[in-house]
Design a protein around this ligand. Structure first.
Ligand code: UDP
Ligand code: MG
Length: 334
């Protein structure tokens, strides 16, 4: 099933946990059950994101008995983005899977993700996707589902690659994807950040159908306002022309139409000189042109950002190379 890398670790499963004491043990059991058909070595990394319940004690108890389970923990609840980043840093697997602690996605899908990744070298990461044809949703409260579906539909047009589910945690990555990214998000927007950066770097993605269901135990940490804002900001960064282009063209269009009207009044002799309408038309036309220009500048920034991502990736590769050589900077000169 697996090809071993230098670390001898084939698969890392990362599970962020904030107040998941009730779910942790059952989740580990289900995840390990789902991996029983695999032959390679795996690790499960539980990241305690500053839980305020006894998640950490529960994790320590389980990890003392099960060598496959590793704990990463830090004080203070920062968010699932931070938890995932810490998990990625600690992970050693050639394949890295992230899944949530409440079994919103049945772990048996982990095998689907891995098998899809193994279909060929042309796939670098795989998304578990409830919103693609063949995927599904069970018992998710209707308002939450509606918001999530609408959000993903908007993102489908603003993010690259026409993806059906860009906000999900349930994914599998090849090591090289994880190693190439400098991630910054602390919250749920990390899923978009990863997509955006990985696709900008030319990594290839595939979605596979999965069923998303509502958590049975513990509380969801979903915060609507924060999530909606961060996701909208993200799509504006990704495709600035959607916002600037639309508003700019509308302003310019209205300005030009009103300009035609003013010209008509002028030639039919009905225009009172000094009428505020003339100033307004000029303002609209100039404003429209300016907003469009902002869009063009933003486009340049997006392409510069891609360039920066590539440089960051090369830096990370260089760092890895130097560390592996263990010979400091001299290693490069050789
Ligand atoms: N999570 C976390 N830190 C947080 C919020 C959530 O580590 O501040 C974890 C949580 O324990 C779960 C995953 O992120 O494993 C997804 O959170 P949740 O299931 O509450 O969100 P939803 O699935 O409802 O979007
Ligand atoms: Mg969940």
């Amino acid at each position: 099933m697996f090809s071993s890398n230098g670390n001898g670790m084939d698969l890392s499963i990362i599970i962020p946990m904030f107040n998941e004491a009730e779910n942790a043990e059952h989740t580990f059991i289900r995840v390990e059950e789902s991996l029983s058909s695999l032959t390679g070595d795996y690790e499960i990394i539980a990241v305690n994101d500053g839980s305020t319940d006894n998640t950490l004690e529960v994790l320590e108890g389980i990890a003392a008995l099960n060598k496959k389970i590793k704990i990463v923990s830090y004080p203070g609840n920062i968010g699932r983005g931070m938890a995932l980043r810490k998990g990625f840093q600690e992970s050693k697997g050639e394949i890295v899977v992230s899944i949530d602690a409440d079994l919103s996605y049945d772990p048996h899908y982990i095998i689907d993700l891995i098998e899809t990744l193994k279909e060929g070298p042309q796939i670098d990461f795989v998304l578990g996707s409830p919103y693609m044809p063949g995927g599904g949703v069970k018992n998710v409260p209707w308002l939450r589902l509606w918001i999530s579906k609408l959000g993903n539909r908007v993102l489908r047009f603003t993010m690259p690659n026409r993806i059906y589910t860009s906000t999900g945690i349930f994914r599998a990555y090849r090591r090289k994807v994880i190693d190439s990214l400098e991630l910054e998000s602390d919250g749920k927007e990390i899923h978009l950040e990863i997509l955006s950066k990985a696709l900008a770097l030319g990594f290839r993605v595939k979605e596979v159908p999965a069923v998303l269901s509502s958590r049975r135990k513990g509380k969801s940490k979903f915060k609507f306002k924060k999530t909606a804002t961060s996701h909208l900001v993200f799509s504006a960064f990704e495709k600035p022309m959607i916002i600037f282009g639309f508003i700019g063209l509308m302003t310019l269009g209205i300005g030009l139409l009103m300009g035609l009207y003013v010209a008509y009044l002028r030639f039919s002799g009905g225009l009172t000189p000094g009428r505020p309408l003339i100033t307004f038309v000029i303002l609209l036309i100039l404003g429209g042109i300016q907003i469009l220009s902002f869009g063009f500048i933003a486009l340049q920034i997006v392409s510069i950002r891609k360039e920066i991502l590539r440089v960051q990736k090369e830096n990370l590769e260089l760092k890895k190379y130097i560390t592996a050589k263990g010979s400091g900077v001299q290693g490069i000169d050789e």
